[in-house]
Design a protein around this ligand. Structure first.
Ligand SMILES: Cc1cc2nc3c(=O)[nH]c(=O)nc-3n(C[C@H](O)[C@H](O)[C@H](O)COP(=O)(O)OP(=O)(O)OC[C@H]3O[C@@H](n4cnc5c(N)ncnc54)[C@H](O)[C@@H]3O)c2cc1C
Length: 479
């Protein structure tokens, strides 16, 4: 039996592809409609138009990745994009006609369906999995069982030990929910990374976290105010109605994501609030039906009201280190999608490349599961060995909400040694608390990387340093 952990685009596409290829598969997931996929909006990047090519898509990805992309992986994913999309379509999924242009892309290449592409793909894949008779079971995986560097099974909260696993595929998403302000769902606290790390798998690039500049939160419901809104004339203002972004960048609302996130965050630090002003967008309800429905749910009128926004943790570039097959450093343990670090994103993700990554690695998994194990290489970085502290008998009482606040304030958009050091002295490599372990590793990596690169910004080291064109790896210390 091949067990897939997680029911986002990566897990469900792998489950469907493996089942069609004749394998026995079961999906175990903490919450079926948890994760980022069901709420992902914009679309999925793939070079299919006549004036585009996988090579140009690769160049864009590498430029945004700021010196840390794994070029082999970038070429692989951009080349395989078309095949992955065609496979999804051959299963019955229909994209809308046309391609969208997004920030960082030099060509129109974002395929979409309505304003909720991720949700549409999620619902389609879930139905397909059910139609094929794949069990999709809600349960939480709490431990991996590994002997002689080979996966033997795993433990779940509800079912205890599962020991008929020939292979295990982690597709548990990222850890953006470990921040007070986030665009993702509560399931995503990095549990898959913690499980893999404790079991002996190597992690990498944990310091790179992408913040989205404009996320609304009305009555507790977070909602991504997409880039397209700003492209269509939405303005960002403070409580005095000032378009303060021009104080930070001449392009104002249309400046790059990282600069916008920093600018809005700085304004908030000065005691101001940030709002999105949608009043100048004509035909708002027709153009943005999903945003419009969100505003209506919370009694906001885009023609009259200003919408409170903030930057928020959105996506994590790093995770369980894998090769292009999705193999981790542990035999028969795979990691695909946001939980993994294939090197596609480097120090910063190009918009709409993450749904693509999940789909390519999921759809192609059947080609690799019978091949002899290759594992991963760590030649392009430095390895840090970390001793896990067994706190099972007295787990930390630090509440998750406090961790999220601490991370937002100290591991967020603007970092420095003092703040990161504060975190690494509060957190520790916990055996029993994945949220603490993952926060510890991310803060440690951010402290070690004494430069600013991609989405990692250090005010005490504001420039990029060529000597840091290397990866930070973590593995568990075995004495
Ligand atoms: C609001 C929003 C909009 C986005 N828009 C886009 C976009 O337009 N284009 C794009 O390319 N990317 C977008 N992204 C990013 C993209 O959605 C994600 O990177 C991608 O969906 C991740 O897919 P995944 O399958 O790896 O994981 P997820 O979809 O995050 O799924 C993780 C799964 O793991 C399960 N899980 C977690 N822990 C456990 C555990 N311990 N045991 C069992 N199950 C567990 C969860 O229940 C969940 O089912 C967006 C993200 C957000 C938050």
């Amino acid at each position: 039996m091949i067990y897939i952990i997680g029911s986002g685009i990566a897990g469900l596409s792998a489950a469907v592809a493996l089942k069609i290829a004749g394998y026995k598969v079961t999906v175990i997931t903490k919450k079926i409609d948890g994760g980022s996929t069901p709420i992902a909006k914009g679309g999925i990047a793939v070079a299919i138009s006549s004036d585009d090519s996988p090579e140009i898509h690769a160049e864009d990805t590498i430029r945004v990745g700021d010196g840390l992309c794994d070029v082999k992986t970038v070429r692989y994913v951009t080349q395989e994009g078309r095949h992955a999309i065609e496979t999804l379509e051959s299963w019955g999924f229909e994209f809308e006609k046309g391609l969208r242009l997004e920030g960082g892309h030099s060509k129109r290449r974002v395929m979409f369906k309505t304003d909720e592409t991720g949700g549409e793909i999620f619902r389609f894949l879930l139905n397909k999995a059910k139609y094929l008779g794949i069990p999709v079971i809600e349960d939480k995986v709490t431990d991996l069982i590994v002997k002689d560097n080979t996966i033997r099974g795993f433990v779940t909260a509800g079912r205890g030990i599962i020991n008929d696993a020939e292979k295990v595929v982690l597709a548990t998403g990222g850890y953006a929910y470990l921040f007070e302000y986030t665009s993702t769902q509560p399931t995503n606290i990095g549990e898959g990374m913690a499980l893999a790390f404790k079991a002996g798998a190597i992690l990498s690039d944990m310091e790179f976290i992408q913040f989205h500049p404009t996320v609304a939160k009305l009555d507790g419901e977070t909602f991504l105010m997409t880039e397209t809104l700003r492209g269509e004339g939405a303005k960002v203002v403070n409580e005095n109605g000032e378009r303060f972004l021009f104080n930070y960048h001449p392009k104002g609302e249309l400046a790059p994501r990282d600069i916008l996130s920093r600018a809005i965050y700085m304004e908030m630090l000065k005691g101001h609030n940030a709002f999105m002003d949608l009043r100048d967008i004509d035909n708002f309800d027709q153009k943005f039906p999903v945003v419009s429905a969100y505003l209506k749910r919370h009694n906001k009128d885009p023609k009259k009201d200003l919408i409170p926004i903030s930057p928020a943790a959105h996506f994590v570039d790093g995770g369980v280190r894998v090769n292009i097959r999705g193999e981790t450093s542990i035999n028969n343990l795979y990691a695909i999608g946001e939980v993994s670090d294939s090197g596609l994103h480097g120090a910063n993700r190009l918009a709409s490349n993450s749904l693509l990554e999940g789909l390519v690695f999921g759809v192609n998994l059947p080609y690799y599961v019978e091949l002899e194990w290759e594992g991963i290489s760590t030649n392009d970085g430095i390895i840090n060995s970390i001793r896990v502290i067994d706190d099972s008998s007295s787990p930390s009482s630090l509440p998750l909400e406090q961790i999220r606040k601490l991370n937002w304030e100290n591991l967020g958009i603007i970092r420095n040694h003092e703040r990161l050091n504060k975190l690494t002295s509060i957190y520790y490599p916990s055996r029993s608390r994945p949220d603490i372990l993952v926060s510890y590793l991310a803060a440690l990596a951010a402290d070690i990387r004494t430069e600013s690169r991609g989405n990692h910004y250090r005010e005490d080291f504001p420039n990029k340093d060529p000597k840091w064109e290397k990866r930070i790896y973590f593995r568990v210390f075995n004495s």
